[in-house]
Design a protein around this ligand. Structure first.
Ligand code: TYD
Ligand code: MG
Length: 452
């Protein structure tokens, strides 16, 4: 076997150099070089890449034969929802998240059940076999069929898989894996990328389902500046505070289903449990109505969810008053405060403003604008909002209220949970009545403020 040549590739512009240097000569980016493999024209790597000199065959779209995708259910309905209906054979699924959020737990729970029907191999590079077994026993999982392997060498893993031919392989975690093709330490960008590439190639060739667990860096990206996300079919992120009970699993890339789909789980002493009616949980409110709190209907993937938005507005003693958001975008808050000042006549330049979405939920859509503004106003005036009120809607820079997608479904979810009043953009208000709910359609922000 010919020795593989190592080169260094710039992460920002793709320039290549035979030696590592601190700054890229082409794009002047600092610290951007990572160890890489030079594609050889012969030898093992070339065979892996499949260009041993022969020509490739071309087909037209209509000539491609394929069988209808069958989805394998995972025992967790919430996980199936995030995956787009279940696991597709040959899919490569990456699960990312902070340490201690529950990646290994959900993987073990899923695999133990999947192993009852499919040959499953769980490769752990982080925990010992005893630790995995102990956890499975404590969670009362069916453990008679799941095959375990402690290994971190990718070549040996692939050799083992070639012999054993499992239908499902799970790697916990990809950062502990290394390939002999590179000399650098496991966990580095080069190692992670090359290890993933080899495993993905094997999975695709053999139509094996591959689960990868990935750690998240301090900046929130999967280690190896998002390189992994391009190589896999599905990327799921675990969100939520590891100190809190609720964990949200979000699909941020999915070749087999909708993205931004959200699955809700709760961590209990018996592992992760799914929460099939998330609205009910995020709504567990005090009986006393409090100023600065409001319920909004948000849209997550393919279903509505009711969440509570809270604001606290307090006199600032700083030259630059604080604007803090948790679960919302900070820039959007600054924008909303400007709109509130200009079109609602409410000044907050001498106030600290904090906005929080209860339960660790992260809202990524603009429908939260109206809830934010009303919560801020309620806190500023120290007047509680009616408890049976639900709102949603995007606020534009001209002070107009813009409609959002799936207004009907949001309102129906609110009616189901007993809300009696709704303030929504006019275009989202239905023509006919919805139960006994009073729906107020408004076109401008000041109109909405007048209704409160
Ligand atoms: P784990 O799946 O090991 O996290 P990750 O692999 O993402 O790093 O989850 C560990 C956390 O979950 C740990 O803080 C303990 C908690 N946990 C429970 O509360 N109950 C349980 O039944 C299990 C298995 C874990
Ligand atoms: Mg783990």
């Amino acid at each position: 076997m010919s020795k593989t040549k190592v080169i260094y590739t710039c992460q920002s512009c793709g320039a290549q150099a035979p030696k590592w240097s601190g700054q890229c000569g082409d794009c002047k980016a600092w610290n951007s070089f990572i160890e890489d493999i030079k594609p050889a024209t012969s030898g093992r790597h070339a065979r892996l890449q499949g260009y041993a000199g022969n020509q490739s065959a071309i087909t037209t779209l209509s000539d491609v034969k394929f069988t209808e995708q069958t989805y394998i259910p995972t025992h967790f309905a919430e996980l199936d929802r995030v995956l787009g209906g279940g696991i597709v054979p040959g899919a490569v699924i990456l699960i990312g998240g902070d340490p201690g959020i529950g990646k290994s737990t959900i993987l073990l729970q899923t695999l133990c059940h999947l192993s009852q029907q499919h040959k499953t191999l769980y490769i752990t590079g982080e925990e010992s076999m005893q630790q995995v077994t102990m956890r499975a026993r404590r969670l009362d999982l069916p453990e008679d069929k799941l095959q375990l392997l402690t290994e971190t060498n990718v070549e040996r893993i692939i050799n083992t898989a070639q012999q054993e031919q499992p239908q499902i392989i799970a790697i916990d975690s990809i950062q502990t894996m290394y390939t002999e093709l590179l000399q650098s330490a496991p966990g580095g960008v080069g190692q992670v990328r090359e290890s993933t590439a080899q495993l993905v190639q094997f999975a695709k060739k053999t139509n094996t389902i591959l689960f990868l667990i990935g750690h998240v860096t301090k900046e929130g990206a999967l280690a190896g500046p998002r390189v992994l996300e391009h190589m896999v079919d599905t990327v799921l992120y675990f969100e939520g505070d590891s100190n809190q009970r609720f964990r949200m699993l979000r699909a941020i890339k999915n070749r087999f289903g909708a993205v931004n789909e959200l699955g809700v789980f709760a961590m209990s002493d018996r592992g992760l449990r799914e929460v099939s009616n998330p609205s009910a949980i995020f709504l567990s409110r005090d009986t006393e109505p409090a100023p600065g709190s409001i319920i909004m209907a948000t849209w997550e993937g393919t279903r509505p969810m009711l969440v509570e938005v809270q604001a606290l507005v307090d006199t600032s003693h700083l030259g630059n008053p604080r604007r803090v958001t948790l679960g919302l975008e900070a820039n959007r808050l600054s924008m909303l405060l400007a709109v509130l000042n200009r079109h609602g006549g409410v000044a907050t330049y001498d106030q600290d403003v904090f906005v929080n979405v209860v339960g660790g939920v992260r809202i990524t859509e603009t429908a939260s604008d109206l809830a934010c503004v009303l919560a801020i106003l309620s806190s500023l005036r120290n007047k509680p909002l009616p408890q049976d009120l639900i709102v949603f809607g995007e606020v534009g820079l001209a002070g107009e209220l813009r409609p959002v997608q799936s207004g009907q479904e949001r309102l129906r979810e609110a009616a189901k949970h007993g809300f009696k009043r709704a303030i929504v953009p006019k275009a989202n208000a239905p023509k006919e009545k919805l139960g006994d709910m009073e729906i107020i359609g408004v076109t401008r922000l000041d109109e909405a403020l007048n209704h409160i």
